[in-house]
Design a protein around this ligand. Structure first.
Ligand code: B16
Ligand code: MG
Length: 227
């Protein structure tokens, strides 16, 4: 098939926490503070397992690690207090906190008429992207308020593709969490992991960060794997 008629990348879906901005440290600080109420010392490795996982599922996991069985009302109260603390920490974010390589990549995609979407599990995604000055950057924004099933369920990415009016196979997902990579694979999308290769080994490509992630690299990968 001549290259100009080959199927190609139509849209790129960015995860937020851990891809566009390093808010994992804020989630960790906030959950660690709240876990103390259950006499549980939340460890950094525990936090890795909360990446990409919804707030509701996260609080249930922490209660299980702590060996406590709180009522639904108590789980809700802990999650609410965690979120208040998290938002206080996010309030100091500025455009300087956008992770290296991300702004350049988004600019290159837009110059080449590739759609850009946000696909985040966070219910605070809109607040965070406003702090980063990215509120008018995305063609489509899907966050934790728009889905009933959190990652690794592919719902957030499937809805993002539909709203971009693209077929799922023409989309690429950029993620930092195993749950997000799994969601991308289930959505039949090319999955690029940013972070630790041992953790993200299911992705089609893993890079330590987005500094060397360019459109031509994505196109090359897409043609190797999808076509
Ligand atoms: P919130 P992402 C996820 O965002 C985070 O990775 C995860 O740690 C967090 O628990 C989840 O959002 C829910 O966040 O409490 O703000 O609704 O990585 O999918 O952008
Ligand atoms: Mg993430």
């Amino acid at each position: 098939m001549p290259s100009d008629t080959m199927p190609n990348i139509g849209g790129v879906i960015f995860d937020l926490d851990g891809v566009i901005v390093d808010t994992a440290q804020f989630h960790y600080t906030a959950w660690k503070t709240l876990a103390k109420q259950w006499n549980y010392e939340l460890k950094i490795n525990d936090n890795e397992q909360l990446k990409g996982v919804s707030r509701k599922d996260s609080v249930a996991k922490i209660a299980a690690w702590a060996g406590v069985q709180p009522t639904t009302a108590e789980l809700h109260d802990v999650a609410t207090r965690k979120n208040k603390l998290y938002l206080e920490l996010c309030a100091k974010l500025t455009p300087n906190d956008i992770l290296p390589g991300i702004a350049n990549l988004i600019e290159e995609l837009k110059e080449n008429h590739i759609k850009v979407a946000l696909g985040s599990a966070s219910k605070n995604a809109r607040f965070v992207i406003e702090k980063l000055g990215l509120e008018s950057t995305f063609d489509v924004i899907l966050d934790g308020n728009d889905v009933s099933h959190s990652k690794p369920n592919p719902e957030v990415f499937i809805k993002a593709a539909a709203q971009m009016k693209l077929s799922q196979q023409n989309c690429v997902v950029i993620e930092d969490a195993p749950a997000g990579i799994q969601a991308a694979i289930s959505a039949q999308m090319l999955a690029v992991g940013l972070g630790d290769v041992a953790e993200l080994h299911q992705a089609d490509l893993v890079l330590p960060n987005a500094i060397d992630l360019t459109l031509s690299k994505l196109k090359q990968l897409y043609q190797q794997i999808v076509i």
